[in-house]
Design a protein around this ligand. Sequence first.
Ligand SMILES: Cc1cc2nc3c(=O)[nH]c(=O)nc-3n(C[C@H](O)[C@H](O)[C@H](O)COP(=O)(O)OP(=O)(O)OC[C@H]3O[C@@H](n4cnc5c(N)ncnc54)[C@H](O)[C@@H]3O)c2cc1C
Length: 493
Amino acid sequence: MNDHQVVVVGAGPAGMMLAAELTLADVDVVVIERRPTTALESPRSRGLHSRTLEVLDQRGIADRFVAAGTPAQVQAFAGTPLDIGDFPTRYPHGLALTQSDFEQIMAGWIDELGVRVLRDRTVTGYVDHSDHVEITCADGAVLRAEYLVGCDGGRSVIRRSAGIEFAGWDPTVCWIHTEVEVDERPPYGLRGGGGVGPADGGRVGVTLAEPDVDSRFSEPTLDDVRAALVRVDGTHYGAHSPRFISRFTDATRQAVAYRAGRVLLAGDAAHVHAPFGGQGLNLGVQDAVNLGWKLAQVVHRTSPESLLDTYQAERHPVAARVMRNTMAQRALQFEGERTTALAELVADLLTPDEARIGVAAMIAGLDIHYGPDGAHPMAGRRMPDVELTTADGTTRVYEQLHDAEWLFIALDPSAPLNTAPWGDRLRRIDATAPGPWTLPVLGRIEPPTAVLVRPDGHVAWAGTDGDDDLTAALTEWIGTRPAATPSGAEAVP
Ligand SMILES: Cc1cc2nc3c(=O)[nH]c(=O)nc-3n(C[C@H](O)[C@H](O)[C@H](O)COP(=O)(O)OP(=O)(O)OC[C@H]3O[C@@H](n4cnc5c(N)ncnc54)[C@H](O)[C@@H]3O)c2cc1C
């Protein structure tokens, strides 16, 4: 007898989002977290991108984050600002918000959902018994689950226990990172391979490159912080009383497999890279939203285990692309006239609208296109948050996704589209939503006759004139046609 259907290790952004998704899908999940409280030592991430805000909107909680942060044009590539104010989304901007605040709000939400988090408990490894997984903790506790997901960060114990290779590139630079009090306020701005700026409580945030990448092997001290400031500004401004001091690098690595049997990885456990463009937390939240409904359907036996393979197929390329763009941004930081010339050229190349939109949509997560291409150009892309007029009044698509259900939106009453056999696995909405619709990158398109929207807000199928493939799409994504068994239970595909 298993203790839980799913155990998630790590209550960081990815782990909390995944636990919420599984709970919304009626999966019995528990999260194990080694930190005794929700407090974070350092603020780490400082912002959310558009697609993450949309994903939070799909669950009805975006307002909580927006109220705590500051909408801002946070997008940049290698120092070139990329304004997305003209993007077709409810969030044509980023949100300046520290990871500490993000995690506090998430913790409040998952608590409301009833997610159980076992804090102050460190997982040491697991054994895969083929029909269940046994998870071991440092305090001797053992938990049994059908599936285990490692959301336990870049040094993931779960990834190591699974023997999954973390392939990639060693770091080329190490940064020292702190928030300190000062006797004399330094000028704020970019320099020294990083920058100096305001931090909470009147402190000063300092992120500066160390002269030697091997600094990463030693514990950072206040003397190291002062030395870094002296190197860059000629003075340490009387820096004292650090709230924390940490180091991080541009190590760039990705798990070659996101799944090993009953064990999966999400967030930093699956990919790490330099924080240029502020993409890591955003990636992890979106991994979780991609994986949650798939794992739920497999746990509920409405879909075969092979559905889990689409998680790697869809999310591995997205993280690989982020890794490439952060490595490119790092390359433009190397010292020398040639690099400066290249950086200036790249800044010029990003000026035309087409280039700005392409790169900004990539960093914002708005251009994600899960392949392969379907008959309709929207297939695989994010569903836009269009306004729907139904018999009950008007609503938005994202409002209809709050419970993380499958949606079938029928926009042409004359189209003969039969979803009845899947009736209890999707919610059908008959509505009008006049076009054209405007999508990031794709531009203006005429609305389809109907659209099948996944719980993560991506389009599984969109109707054209010939709709023969709807049944195939429903079968592929939601499971085979439910058939009543003698006991009244559904058949397991
Ligand atoms: C300086 C800096 C700035 C950054 N800025 C940005 C930014 O602006 N935007 C952005 O999107 N990203 C940014 N990032 C990246 C972002 O912080 C990470 O990508 C994000 O935290 C990953 O979330 P996660 O949930 O995958 O992992 P983590 O946040 O690392 O969470 C993992 C959790 O697992 C727990 N855990 C680990 N091992 C165990 C174990 N054995 N047992 C139990 N619990 C365990 C940990 O305590 C932790 O709570 C930045 C990172 C750094 C270092």
